[in-house]
Design a binder for this molecule. Structure first.
Ligand code: SF4
Length: 744
């Protein structure tokens, strides 16, 4: 059978059989090119004009791992929807999930292997074949000391993360550094560190908002971007529509996010004081013995050092108001306090998360509806979840690079040149690395200064699996399958690593013994066949077919576990220091709050025009970078709406358009992340400003995580003005385009 005769039905059928899997296009160990672009004169056999086919898979537009179904017709993917059977998102999908099609069909996609021919950064490239490049990289690695090889990744899907981890282990190199800017903005590492310190368990906490009757949110913007926004959005909807009651929500944060705007009350806490406010609420609950009978007494030691009067003064929230809030929380049947997001970006972020989480304990409300749980552990050792590294490990890598200790750097799923504070000198470090090898779908700032660029499949063109983390009540292993044949001469990075391992032999080949990605994934799933779940199958082939049809495997039983506080946590008084910020308060009087973008996340999706065009839900701005300034602060600086201002930190400056916003604390300005790309395709390039550039490199002392909200800035008016494309104003997107502010 010649490869182009392989229909998609056969493709899926064959992939169920390990022995024949080597035939599969795009998945062969020797990376032979078997995908043919052909005219539609002879359509694939399953194609019927006018007939749609739907395939289940997993969204990879953020790490949450929602289930999707994709409508295809005439061999092309047409529409992405949520998978109604998937326990995580139950048929719902966010805007980023919908926009996955634009990643697949993006006109600036990398289509073949590129090898630098000019100076690094000159973007002069030659092309070569996959076979040649694999031979070349393998030869280089074979002659190199393993400690001089480094692998930097974003938060990869779990199947890829496992392959990368085993690859580096086989080489005998350092473990991969996982830097994911979205996870940094979510406070992922700090949440893990807090559960470790409080419950001696490193799993992420899950907050059962759906069944709570009072929700106190401390910086966690879960209706936009935080951790798993579709799942939490569903939970929010359920909380508001429980029979007989409408849950109450109060948000404590310096800027009114969309989550705060959907709350019953927004309490504008100065940046970095959220944890102190939680401490004061806890102290009142314990002192007044509120909550379930006698429970608060058990936690008295935690609040020995808390001073409600002092916190009231520091935070600007009166003692009386704090008392009312404490009573509202402690007298509810199912109250829950949720920490994360902006409070995790402070130097006191870890202690703040502990103080908020402790509120859930002192009202005696764990292991019940609307309580805090731990995300389910993977069902077997074959299916591991991978977590981000701390930022101090990233700094360590940069230092090694600068010292000339890294000869080969692989980059996969991350764009460090764009999303790391410029002062750390990642680009200077890169200049000392002999060979930079980047995998990417669309050329970005990091591929521009690489030596070899390996074009990757999109998630709609390849196999995989994902264990959503944070998860739900059930164990979930979400399936990913190719929806369409790869459009270009791209590969899944996992397949490239398998091919490299095959060439290198020895310990790497022993750690990665699979002939192709499909065989690897099938071996990972074997353990699921004997577990009780949505699939009943007596053999591997039947299991595989049902796995693909359903979009994954999930347990039927509820597996949530309640966390138990350790003795050492209970006996150590909680302490949250006053926040400190990098920069002289006189020279830099304002605090800078970078805001994760509901459209672009940490910036990776600025390439997609649907998401550029989508109005920000709070400001209604699209296609630009704005800075939110309290009108009172703007007046004191003589700044008007639509003025272009300079935002200067001790580490650099950017320009943005002023957006006067009453929903922000007067001491704070907020800038959305995501724009300001010099690469990333035609719709992202040279548009707006990159706020990551000017951030302080300070890290939270215990976890080493980037304190991304601890930078002071100065805002200065310029003589320039630019009207923002705002849906809410009478200018609007179309007139802004007429005026030349937008392309086309
Ligand atoms: S929350 Fe993330 S995984 Fe879910 S649909 Fe949105 S982008 Fe996709």
């Amino acid at each position: 059978m010649s490869s182009y005769e392989l229909s998609r039905r056969e493709f899926l059928k064959l992939s169920g059989l390990g022995a024949t899997a080597a035939l599969i296009s795009g998945c062969t160990a020797n990376l032979q090119k078997t995908v043919w672009m052909e005219p539609y004169v002879t359509p694939p056999e399953e194609t019927l004009p006018g007939e749609d086919f739907w395939f289940a898979s997993t969204c990879r537009m953020c790490p949450a791992g929602c289930g999707i179904v994709v409508r295809t017709s005439n061999g092309r993917a047409r529409k992405i929807e949520g998978n109604a059977s998937h326990p995580l998102n139950q048929g719902k999908l966010c805007a980023r999930g919908q926009a996955g099609l634009q990643l697949l069909y993006h006109p600036d996609r990398l289509t073949q292997v590129l090898k630098r021919t000019g100076e690094r950064g000159s973007k002069q490239w030659g092309t070569t074949s996959w076979e040649q490049i694999v031979d070349e990289i393998a030869a280089e690695l074979a002659n190199m000391s393993s400690e001089r090889v480094a692998f930097l990744t974003g938060r990869l899907p779990d199947y890829q993360a496992m392959l990368v981890s085993r690859f580096m282990d086989g080489l005998g190199g350092e473990k991969p550094i996982v830097y994911d800017a979205q996870s940094v903005l979510d406070g992922y590492v700090l949440l893990q560190a807090a559960t470790q310190a409080m419950f001696d368990d490193k799993r992420l906490p899950v907050f059962d908002i759906a069944q709570a009757d009072v929700v106190f949110g401390f910086g966690a913007n879960f209706l936009e971007t935080w951790l798993s926004p579709v799942a939490y959005g569903l939970a929010y909807g359920a909380m508001r529509s429980q029979s007989g009651i409408r849950g109450t929500m109060v948000s404590f944060e310096p800027r009114m996010s969309m989550t705060a705007a959907n709350s019953d009350r927004w309490i504008p806490v100065p940046a970095g004081y959220e944890g102190l406010v939680a401490l004061a609420l806890g102290k009142i609950i314990v002192d007044e013995r509120l909550g379930h009978d006698g429970v608060a007494d058990k936690y008295r030691a935690l609040y020995k050092k808390a001073d409600v009067g002092a916190i009231a003064e520091q935070s600007g929230i009166s003692v009386e108001q704090l008392r009312k809030l404490a009573h509202l929380f402690a007298t509810a049947h199912h109250p829950i306090a949720v920490p994360g997001g902006v409070l995790a970006g402070q130097l006191n972020g870890l202690d703040a998360i502990k103080a908020v989480t402790a509120l859930n304990l002192i009202v005696g409300h764990t292991g019940d509806h609307g309580a805090i749980f731990l995300s389910p552990a993977p069902p077997s050792r074959d299916l591991m979840q991978f977590s981000p590294s701390s930022f101090s490990e990233m700094i360590n890598l940069i230092e090694r690079m600068k010292a000339g200790k890294v000869d080969v750097l692989f980059v996969l799923g991350a764009n460090p040149v764009y999303e790391i504070p410029e002062v750390l000198g990642f680009v200077d470090g890169l200049a000392k690395v002999k060979r930079v090898i980047s995998f990417a779908v669309i050329p970005d700032e990091t591929t521009a200064v690489s030596d070899i660029v390996l074009p990757a499949h999109t998630y709609l063109e390849t196999w995989g699996y994902e264990l959503p983390n944070p998860g739900k009540q059930q164990l979930i292993v979400s399936a990913q399958q190719p929806i369409v044949r790869p459009l270009y001469d791209t590969r899944d990075p996992g397949d490239v690593l398998l091919a490299l391992a095959d060439k290198l032999g020895g310990q790497v080949a022993r750690r990665l013994p699979w002939p192709n990605l499909v065989t690897f994934i099938q071996t990972r799933l074997t353990s699921l066949q004997i577990l009780s779940g949505n699939i009943t199958a007596n053999d591997a082939e039947t299991f595989w077919i049902h796995w693909l049809q359903s979009g994954g495997w999930w347990s039927q039983d509820t597996v949530w576990e309640s966390p138990n506080p350790t003795e050492s946590f209970l006996n150590t008084p909680l302490q949250v220091n006053e926040p400190t910020f990098d920069g002289d308060a006189e020279k830099f009087p304002l605090q800078l709050l970078p805001v994760a973008s509901v459209a672009f996340g940490d910036g990776r999706h600025a390439s997609l025009p649907w998401l550029q065009e989508m109005p920000d839900p709070t400001t209604t701005v699209s296609w630009d970078t704005w800075v939110e300034i309290n009108p009172q602060t703007a007046a004191s600086l003589d700044i008007q709406d639509s003025d272009i201002v300079k935002i200067r930190s001790p580490y650099g400056e950017i320009e943005a358009v002023a957006y006067l916003y009453p929903g922000i604390h007067p001491n704070v300005i907020a800038v959305p992340v995501g724009q300001g790309h010099t690469e990333l395709g035609r719709w992202a390039q040279n548009r707006g400003a990159n706020v990551w550039r000017i951030l302080s490199p300070q890290t939270e002392p215990e976890t080493g995580q980037l304190a991304w909200a601890a930078t002071r800035v100065k805002v200065e008016a310029t003589t320039k003005r630019r009207l923002l494309p705002r849906l809410e104003s009478n200018i609007g997107v179309d007139r802004a385009r007429e005026k030349g502010h937008l392309p086309g």
